[in-house]
Design a protein around this ligand. Structure first.
Ligand code: 5GP
Ligand code: ZN
Length: 113
């Protein structure tokens, strides 16, 4: 999709620190890390957010979550981690390409709001 930041990161047009890639998903370090480990997992196919998932494209979400699990193992987050997907304005979604934040490497705050 033209003019989508994460589509440009996936294509390599905008550089990123890649941590994992397969046929369907891409994972890279967040430019403003909010934890010692802060990685974004995105589908290669453009989907706006969780709100755009449906019966036809649900496999995209499953593939992203499998990548989350693989990346967390690769990053040695055996003590735990948080998976966050901001969806829409009230959640503060700033990039309208579905992404799952992996946050870990420290004891995270209990509050999620
Ligand atoms: P959101 O706020 O939409 O849930 O998450 C977007 C995330 O993308 C933010 O955590 C932000 O730091 C990250 N981000 C924004 N622009 C870039 C960029 O150019 N490169 C990388 N690696 N991360 C970015
Ligand atoms: Zn995109």
């Amino acid at each position: 999709m033209e003019d989508c930041l994460f589509c440009k990161i996936i294509s390599g047009e905008i550089p990123s620190t890649k941590v994992y890639e397969d046929a369907d998903t891409f994972a890279f370090r967040d430019i403003h890390p909010q934890a010692p480990a802060h990685i974004l997992v995105v589908p290669k196919k453009h989907v706006d957010s969780v709100a755009a998932l449906n019966e036809e494209n649900a496999d995209i979400a499953a593939k992203c979550l499998l990548t989350v699990a693989k990346v967390a193992k690769q990053e040695n987050l055996e003590n735990g981690y948080r998976v966050v997907s901001n969806c829409g304005p009230d959640a503060g979604q700033t990039v309208p390409h579905l992404h799952f934040h992996i946050l870990g490497g420290k004891r995270l705050k209990d509050s999620m709001d």
